[in-house]
Design a protein around this ligand. Structure first.
Ligand code: CU
Length: 151
């Protein structure tokens, strides 16, 4: 019953990823669907900020996110926020598994993308393309909107 609903975002993704595919002919599109992507407006003179998005995996196989890149950041790390003895701390993670027919949210307080070293200041309203690289060599492109907080 869920299939017809899943097909629509999958097709939309294929269309929206075409320009990236043209630039990177070797990269095959991933079956995942990325939604609700946003980047927190960086604080003044702070050279990093967090990005958030939700990854849906309508396929029958687990998909593993291993890296992210963007023209808007020198590099992007996969991070996780944790509460350790009442203190929030961040650590790097080397992968994020999106289970078959499942979904993973990168959201404030938990998993997130850490954008480090922005070549151009990001301001609210900017749209940032973020390419998600999977362990099987496929990619998914997200278009994240810069904003001050989740709305
Ligand atoms: Cu972080």
């Amino acid at each position: 019953m869920a299939m017809p609903r899943l097909l629509v975002p999958a097709l939309v993704f294929v269309v929206s990823s075409a320009p990236a595919g043209a630039q990177l002919p070797a990269a095959r599109p991933s079956p995942v669907v990325v939604r609700d992507a946003w980047v927190r407006t960086p604080a003044p003179s702070v050279p990093m900020t967090a990005g958030y998005l939700t990854i849906d995996n309508p396929s029958d196989h687990d998909v593993t996110l291993v890296a992210a890149t963007s023209i808007a950041a020198g590099r992007i790390e996969l991070h996780e926020m944790r509460d350790e003895n009442g203190r929030a701390s961040m650590r790097m993670v080397d992968k994020v598994v999106i289970p078959a027919r499942g979904s993973v949210a990168l959201a404030p307080g938990g998993l997130h993308l850490m954008l480090i070293g922005m070549p151009k200041a990001l301001v609210a309203g900017d749209e940032v393309p973020i390419t998600l690289h999977m362990s099987n060599g496929t990619v998914a492109v997200a278009r994240a909107t810069v904003r001050t907080a989740q709305q």
